[in-house]
Ligand binder design. Structure first.
Ligand SMILES: O=C(O)CCC(=O)C(=O)O
Ligand SMILES: [Fe+2]
Length: 315
């Protein structure tokens, strides 16, 4: 069985100070270059001074942790097949499922929050208020990072405004202490996120890892930092100039871990195409609608490489 915890600790994903790039001029150019380099080489980076107030991050962590730790009867109604807000548990089914993921997760859409929040958990009582505030800030941050990356890629800085960032989903992952972390499939196995960009808020327990150049690097939590992942369809839009982050979450035997992931996706009818193609880098894909891609994804065993195949152009 693969040992999960033997990873080099001397290598880490880049940490970028977003506070240094406010305004125009040289500082902004420096920041754009750092973001571009991290997205090309790693597909994942951490951001500090990102503008989301520390108090809001702490509140978000508290309400999400409180939700995860509620007694099962308070969460039972969310185990339904309600497509809007759904709790999925890998842990209670751990004994019987063929594939074991040591993870429970809650997922729900976030925007527009006044509409979406009707399906969100009612307990803890502050969940809706805090998560609505966090989702507004997280989307703003996501769009700001996208704008800076567009500048770096030489495409319209407003490219992701509108349909390409219209659907936003939040997932609260909960990994309780695992009796033998080295022998289970991780909390969440190796994958790339599907959409455009992910903003990931982890508490203070390690577990997130990035697969780079054949080895696993830790993306350990830093105080008030957020992890940003380039997702698969942004790799397509960048015409493969950026790399989507292949990552996973491992468990440990002593402390529960939680992560709050904020996924930015196109709307169903959003058109995905290699906007960053140019004369030197001719388009690698034809344009397609997001829902066409998702149909392929589900019908092809949830494999991103197979799902993109029909849209690849001969080069
Ligand atoms: O828990 C983590 O740190 C990773 C979660 C993740 O990658 C996901 O939900 O897509
Ligand atoms: Fe992920």
């Amino acid at each position: 069985m693969e040992k999960l915890l033997d990873v080099p600790t001397c290598k880490a994903v880049p940490v970028i100070d977003l506070g240094k790039g406010l305004g125009d001029g040289n500082n902004r150019t420096d920041l754009v270059n750092q973001l571009l380099k991290a997205s090309q080489e790693f597909g994942m980076f951490q951001v500090v001074n990102h503008g989301i107030p520390e108090e809001l991050l702490n509140d978000t962590r508290s309400v999400c942790e409180e939700f995860c730790e509620l007694p099962a009867e308070d969460k039972a109604s969310l185990l339904s097949d309600d497509p809007e807000c759904k709790l999925v548990t890998g842990i209670t089914k751990y004994e019987t499922d063929r594939i074991h993921f040591w993870r429970d997760y809650l997922r729900h859409p976030c925007h527009p929050s006044e509409e979406c929040m009707k399906s969100w958990p009612q307990k803890p009582t502050r969940y809706r208020e805090v998560v609505a505030a966090y989702s507004i800030e997280a989307k703003k941050l996501g769009l700001r990072i996208l704008e800076l990356l567009c500048q770096g890629l030489g495409i319209d800085t407003n490219y992701f405004q509108g349909k390409l960032s219209e659907y936003v989903q939040m997932v609260v992952n909960y990994y309780p202490p695992c009796p033998d972390p080295s022998l289970t499939i991780p909390g969440l196995p190796k994958h790339s996120d599907i959409g455009i960009l992910t903003i990931l808020f982890q508490g203070d327990v390690c577990g997130l890892q990035l697969f780079k150049d054949g080895e696993w690097l830790n993306a350990d939590p830093l105080p008030n930092a957020l992890v940003v992942n380039i997702a698969y369809l942004f790799q397509v839009i960048s015409n493969k100039k950026l790399k989507s982050a292949e990552h996973r979450a491992v468990t440990n035997s002593s402390r529960a871990r939680m992560s709050v992931c904020f996924f930015i996706y196109p709307s169903d009818d959003g058109i995905v195409e290699p906007a960053a193609a140019d004369e030197i880098n001719p388009p690698l894909f034809r344009a397609f609608q997001f829902n066409e891609f998702m149909r392929n994804f589900y019908s092809m065993g949830r494999n991103l490489e197979l799902a993109i195949q029909p849209f690849k152009l001969e080069t």
